[in-house]
Design a protein around this ligand. Structure first.
Ligand code: C2G
Length: 129
């Protein structure tokens, strides 16, 4: 069984996230999503609209997602790969190169982002209506 992991905030879940998760699952058989905690988001300078528990509930309803775990710091990725027996680490290509240090532990894949949609754009356009 090939095990895949990806990380993110996944706030205001949209089709760009779903396409990413679908392509993550296509990389293997089991997908772990490490979901940014509210506290970690604050550290990223992000305040998500939905809480960690609400975002976790939504992700767990997605057919491609097998397990949701908390992302609490930048340093946990290496230990997560061991902890969850990960074969492939996947992120959108806005992160290209940033996680190449993990290549000695697992395959590292960067997938094209869905260009025209983002949580920031949704918030901005809703703010105008
Ligand atoms: N994504 C995408 N297309 C979009 C928007 C997002 O493919 N239109 C991808 C991103 O590239 C990322 C994932 O969806 O791989 C989650 O995006 P965010 O929730 O914005 O996560 P981010 O803030 O990038 O946090 O340790 C890594 C961080 O937690 C990643």
């Amino acid at each position: 069984m090939k095990r895949v992991i990806t990380y993110g905030t996944f706030d205001l879940l949209h089709y760009g996230h779903i396409r990413l998760l679908q392509r993550c699952k296509d990389q293997g058989d089991y997908l772990v999503v490490a979901l940014s905690s509210d506290e970690f988001n604050a550290g990223k300078g992000k305040k998500s609209y939905f809480s960690y528990e609400e975002r976790k509930h939504m992700l767990e309803a997605i057919r491609y997602v097998d397990l949701v775990v908390p992302e609490e710091n930048w340093e946990q990725k290496s230990t997560d790969i061991d902890k969850y027996h990960i074969d492939t680490f996947v992120m959108g290509d806005d992160w290209t190169g940033k996680f190449d240090f993990l290549k000695d532990k697992c395959e590292v894949v960067y997938l094209e982002r869905t260009p025209e949609i983002s949580t920031t754009r949704i918030k901005s356009e809703l703010g105008k209506s």
